[in-house]
Write a protein that binds this ligand. Structure first.
Ligand code: ADP
Ligand code: 5GP
Length: 194
């Protein structure tokens, strides 16, 4: 079996983590690619080596110099995130398909790197106002972090057309069903084109 990659990208707060976690819970052939990042761990909710590899900016720079990333971005000022080549190889060697959750620019870079082996899915929130509400209700970010995420979201929404598929995350159950359908179709396709 040739391993494939499923990319979920969206503005922060649109619901991609929720959708990716759901897909992982229903599809045992998928495995999550854990990114490296330099932001602080969210104390109560995140674990090192599960949600991210939380590393120092110095370690991150060293990995860039060693060419260890498929792609990396300074997603927010001073916060670096990157997809590790070693993660993709680890998952493919285990006989599974990769699923990952990256920002919009990073998602397009991963798609460009793996081409037809990858399916790039954009998750769109029903509105920017709803996105801000979700970020506030999630209760994981400061108000300045929420403001910068909402500001960036307005720009990121303009990239939707460059993705293979779009899911509108309004009703969550419908979004789950749509995501399952897209992923199953892509993984079952003889020809890896989405
Ligand atoms: P992202 O990974 O894109 O930043 P999350 O998956 O963390 O987004 O979702 C942001 C917040 O919105 C979370 O608190 C999540 O539970 C909530 N959420 C996700 N989808 C919906 C939805 N369809 N309706 C209402 N709240 C949602
Ligand atoms: P958060 O801090 O909310 O976990 O993530 C912030 C943003 O960084 C999200 O849009 C998330 O998808 C993105 N992100 C996570 N990992 C990576 C990665 O490896 N590369 C890129 N480019 N973005 C990432």
């Amino acid at each position: 079996m040739q391993g494939k990659i499923i990319i979920f990208s969206a503005p922060s707060g649109a619901g991609k983590t929720t959708i990716v976690k759901h897909l992982l819970s229903v599809n045992p052939n998928l495995s999550f690619s854990i990114s490296a990042c330099t932001r602080d761990k969210r104390g109560r909710t995140e674990e090192n080596g599960k949600d991210y590899y939380f590393i120092t900016p110095e370690d991150f720079k060293q990995k860039i110099a060693n060419d260890e990333f498929v792609e990396w971005e300074e997603v927010y000022e001073g916060a670096f995130y990157g997809t590790l080549k070693s993660e993709i190889d680890r998952i493919w060697a285990s006989g599974k398909h990769v699923i990952l959750d990256v920002d919009v620019k990073g998602g397009l870079s991963v798609k460009n790197f793996y081409k037809d082996r990858a399916l790039a899915v954009f998750v769109r929130p029903p509105s920017v106002e709803e996105l801000a509400k979700r970020l506030t209700a999630r209760n994981t970010d400061s108000s300045s972090s929420i403001s910068s995420r909402v500001f960036k979201a307005k720009f990121e929404l303009s990239f939707e057309d460059q993705f293979d598929k779009v899911i509108v995350n309004d009703n969550l159950e419908e979004a789950f069903a749509n995501a399952e359908k897209l992923v199953n179709e892509f993984l079952e396709a003889e020809n890896t084109k989405a």
